[in-house]
Design a protein around this ligand. Structure first.
Ligand code: C5P
Length: 219
């Protein structure tokens, strides 16, 4: 069985997908980390982000792969583990820009489908149920209000000892939502056969239980 979890930025997809994968003993695949790795590389090589052909060529000439390190999924750009560098707000914005490029998405689609051929994966992203795995057995569209999504990110960063600005984070998330929903290629949409789970006011465990219930009904 393959499970697709899509939704906007900060809806809790990765936390929830990781837990669902753990409970079912499935492999968790974070497709956002692949766009982030490319965004990191664009930044690292000081490539002009607006140059779609150059960004796409960069992806073609290098290798992104996912590997489990001490039970956690890490993302590699060639031999470099970039996991620790891809969560900055700059890389987030760059990721949603490179993700709007058709030639980039085509390559990512092939990579991501290959990762799922083994079966029993929980894959999270923006276009998994609609494009990457249209035949996924379970499709979930996870969302929450922008305010709540920003607050969750804010709390996460506070716990890491940072002092982020909540209204900046809200703006950041709203900007990424707009870009993800309005791009021409594979925009963020709920698949027709996806189950909508609005997580506003729900705890992580409640969301995980709800998804496991949906899986059980399907399986
Ligand atoms: O999920 P995450 O926030 O890590 O993803 C980073 C960016 O990558 C998103 O803002 C989105 O633009 C892009 N993305 C995508 N399709 C996916 C996964 C991520 O367009 N399947």
């Amino acid at each position: 069985m393959n499970i697709a979890i899509d939704g906007p930025a900060g809806a809790g997809k990765s936390t929830v997908a990781k837990k669902v994968a753990g409970a079912l003993e499935y492999v968790y695949i974070d497709t956002g980390s692949m766009y982030r790795a490319l965004a990191w590389a664009v930044h690292h090589h000081a490539l002009p982000i607006e140059n779609e052909a150059a960004v796409s060529q960069l992806l073609q000439d290098n290798v992104i792969h996912l590997r489990r390190v001490q039970g956690e999924q890490h993302v590699y750009w060639n031999d470099t583990d970039v996991t620790a560098w891809i969560r900055t707000s700059e890389v987030s914005q760059f990721a949603s820009i490179v993700a709007s490029y058709g030639a980039v998405r085509e390559q990512m689609l092939v990579l991501q489908r290959n990762l799922a051929t083994q079966g029993n994966v929980v894959m999270d992203g923006r276009d998994i149920g609609t494009h990457v795995l249209p035949d996924a057995d379970v499709k979930i569209f996870l969302t929450a209000s922008i305010r709540e999504r920003a607050e969750r990110r804010w709390k996460e960063l506070r716990e890491k000892g940072l002092d982020p600005d909540l209204s900046e984070m809200e703006k950041d998330i709203a900007e990424r939502d707009q870009r993800d929903m309005n791009r021409e290629v594979a925009p963020l949409r709920q698949a027709e056969d996806a189950v909508l789970v609005d997580t506003t006011g729900m705890t992580i465990d409640q969301v995980v239980d709800r998804i496991l219930e949906i899986c059980e009904r399907t399986g």
